[in-house]
Design a binder for this molecule. Structure first.
Ligand code: UT7
Length: 328
């Protein structure tokens, strides 16, 4: 008999400070109207100067552990999906592991851009399913405001900071993760990247060129997103032996309202079954799906037995979708 694996608890955290579209008008040449029409974003949360990704991750993790009724010492592994780690190394997961006192846990970061949380759930669920581990903390956490070019209106209006966490473990038979699809097309890596790194070690030139910030070809990422979200969701549904009409809720990556509606249309899902919060948080990359899940749980919108799908895409280019039967 195989082990059923699902989500035992959820938590999320967003920094207190909010920057509205009207505030953005004072930073770059843009308008609330343009941002709202093209993206659906109205505001974003921005980390305080003393806050870094591991702090956001830690706050979300504490809430998830409490929700799951799991102590830090029970954790076997901590995975942080992030594209804006505190340091290049050590991993943000190691920082969170230490701060939580999760002394029995291994820890690593997972780099899959905005797909980071869904990739992490795929990895964690299989490690629990195999019997290697029992309890794994997965976190999507970002302080994208630190790697944003605040003079580039093409990118700086799009992103925000936040974190979402989940404790993964064994659930009742028939519940939890039912189907997984993951993929990547590294040829598209050039469309969304932070060029600084071992190829461009820090120098006056790389700082002047803002190589340590997000560089994006928005139109290419948009085209990729609208075709891949439907495809990966359908593949995950096929693995779960489920039809789109059996889904109760879609949790898409929150990058752009137009991308979200296009994904919903491809799955023939009405918008009242789609969790949307891009207006409040903008694109929080790997944090967007777990924040949405946690909000839905807090709002009482998730019932035991609901069929849900997590549907993400991001830098890499990567994509991933997971179908779950909600077990809480
Ligand atoms: O998690 C994955 C990360 N990324 C994404 O998901 C992004 C995917 N892409 C998108 O969401 C969209 O492509 C954007 C929202 C980035 C852009 O929307 P678009 O409809 O593709 O606009 P565009 O790039 O074609 O730009 C249209 C115009 C341009 O002006 P011209 O050349 O037509 O005169 C831009 O310069 O809008 C201009 N523009 C802006 N205007 C006001 C670009 N950014 C802004 C801005 N405010 N912030």
């Amino acid at each position: 008999m195989t082990r059923a694996v699902g989500i035992l608890g959820l938590g999320h955290y967003v920094p207190e400070k909010i920057i509205t579209n009207t505030d953005m008008e004072k930073i770059v040449e843009t308008s609330d109207e343009w941002i709202t029409e093209r993206t659906g974003i109205k505001q974003r949360h921005i980390a305080a100067p003393e806050e870094a990704t591991s702090d956001l991750a830690y706050n979300a993790a504490v809430e998830a552990l409490k929700d799951a009724g799991v102590a830090p010492e029970e954790l076997d592994l901590v995975i942080v999906g992030t594209a804006s780690s505190d340091y290049i190394f050590p991993s943000t997961a190691c920082l969170v592991q230490a701060r939580l006192g999760a002394k029995n846990a291994a820890a690593f970061d997972l780099a899959a851009g905005c797909s980071g949380f869904v990739y992490s759930l795929a990895v964690a669920s299989q490690m629990v399913k195999s019997g290697l581990y029992n309890k794994i903390l997965i976190i999507g956490a970002e302080t994208l405001s630190r790697i944003m070019n605040w003079t580039d209106r093409n990118t700086c209006v799009l992103f925000g900071d936040g974190a979402g966490a989940a404790v993964v473990g064994e659930v009742e038979e028939g519940y939890g993760v039912l189907g997984i699809d993951m993929g990547a097309d590294g040829n598209g890596g050039k469309f969304l990247l932070q060029p600084a790194g071992s190829r461009n070690p820090a120098s006056e030139e790389t700082v002047a060129a803002k190589d340590h910030t997000i560089h994006m070809n928005g139109q290419e990422v948009f085209k990729f997103a609208i075709q891949i979200m439907g495809k990966t969701a359908k593949r995950a549904l096929a693995k779960a032996n489920m039809k789109p009409e059996e889904l109760d809720m879609l949790f898409p990556h929150q990058a752009n309202y137009r991308i979200i509606t296009s994904a919903a249309k491809r799955l023939k899902m009405p918008m009242d079954k789609v969790w949307v919060n891009v207006d409040k948080y903008a694109n929080t990359s790997a944090a967007s799906i777990p924040i949405a899940l946690c909000e839905a749980q807090k709002a009482g919108a998730l019932k035991k037995g609901d069929n849900i799908i997590l549907d993400g895409f991001g830098a890499g280019l990567t994509w991933a979708a997971i179908v779950l039967k909600w077990s809480k």
